[in-house]
Design a protein around this ligand. Structure first.
Ligand SMILES: NC(=O)c1ccc[n+]([C@@H]2O[C@H](COP(=O)([O-])OP(=O)(O)OC[C@H]3O[C@@H](n4cnc5c(N)ncnc54)[C@H](OP(=O)(O)O)[C@@H]3O)[C@@H](O)[C@H]2O)c1
Length: 291
């Protein structure tokens, strides 16, 4: 495994994280036993960044499903191994009837953050991210509450997710944060043109790339969808998924992909991306817009 600093925090995390969303959000999700095996396998392979959210569940009958899975997986590890992990969770989305809706009210963020502490079985959340801005609540109010939770010792570092550059600039006036979590993949190249990739680099923020393999539905067709990526993968004798992650990590030292997985084989394949060196002419072509 290789490691990257988490923005201006004093933490180092694995250059590839584990996105735990697919372990919880669908009725076809794996059993709890299997899900815990996937999390343990990721940790055994050197992954130290585990991404979750209280909203990773099927619907509002079971908020915190994913966090509780992680809490159980971590409780089975010796303390010395647990201490090396950075569990990054989020608040600000709710799942009425399985829909994704926003709630950035300070009282909601406080309630769910305190519940996340219990779900994860920790005294302090290492990275707590504001999941998606609620347009009905001022950013100052939402970020202000996260700052208070931080001052109370319930959060170590704050992160933001699905923010634009302007929103990050506004948020930074209220609370310091160390990471941005936005969508970034072969199919979703917006960070290269909307300024967020550059902003994270210039402001020493980690860029946690969500759905880095084109998402749960898109990952299956990654190679077919991107023939050049497929040819690069073939040339190196690896999967297009591994090649896509190696390309993403090459987009900046702050970029940390957090691929999701329900199979241990997927995790095994993905961690090997840290050792895949793409040739400069391959990177040049992959970096071209819409290649
Ligand atoms: N902040 C946000 O708003 C937001 C939004 C979406 C996601 N996220 C976070 O980002 C994480 C990743 O996004 P995602 O899970 O939506 O999509 P993703 O990582 O792009 O794709 C996940 C899918 O890729 C497959 N996969 C992974 N590695 C593979 C490999 N080496 N070969 C073949 N297939 C492979 C997995 O299949 P198997 O299940 O078969 O292993 C899974 O179905 C989430 O888990 C979540 O933590 C955040």
């Amino acid at each position: 495994m290789k490691y990257r600093r988490l923005g201006k925090s004093n933490l180092e995390v694995s250059a590839i994280g584990l996105g735990c969303m697919p372990l919880s959000i669908s009725p076809q999700r794996p059993t709890e036993e299997h899900a815990i095996r996937v999390i343990h396998a990721a940790i055994d392979l050197g992954i130290t960044l585990i991404d979750t959210a209280d909203a990773y569940c099927i619907d509002d009958t079971e908020p915190g499903h994913n966090e509780r899975l992680i809490g159980k997986a971590l409780a089975q590890l010796p303390p010395a191994r647990r201490e090396k992990l950075v569990v990054a969770t989020k608040g600000g989305l709710v799942r009425p009837g399985g829909r994704w809706e926003r709630d950035g009210r300070p009282e909601h963020l406080r309630k769910v953050c305190e519940q996340s502490l219990l779900n994860l079985g920790v005294d302090r959340i290492t990275l707590y991210q504001y999941h998606r801005i609620d347009p009905n609540v001022s950013l100052e109010a939402s970020m202000g509450e996260l700052k208070r939770l931080q001052e109370e010792g319930k959060i170590q570092y704050i992160g933001v997710s699905n923010f634009s550059v302007m929103e990050m600039e506004t948020a930074a006036q209220t609370a310091a944060f160390v990471s941005l979590q936005n969508e970034y993949s072969r199919q979703h190249r917006a960070p290269e043109t909307d300024g967020t990739l550059r902003y994270t680099r210039d402001n020493d923020l980690a860029f946690l790339a969500w759905s880095p393999l084109n998402g749960i539905g898109g990952a299956k067709n990654l190679g077919r969808r991107h023939p050049f990526l497929e040819s690069v993968a073939e040339a190196h004798g690896v999967s297009p998924h591994r090649a896509a992650l190696a390309w993403l990590m090459g987009r900046g030292p702050q970029v940390i992909p957090i691929p999701g997985a329900t199979r241990i084989e997927s995790v095994r394949d993905n961690v090997e991306a840290v050792n895949l060196v793409l040739r400069s002419e391959e990177l040049e072509e992959l970096n071209r817009p819409k290649s």
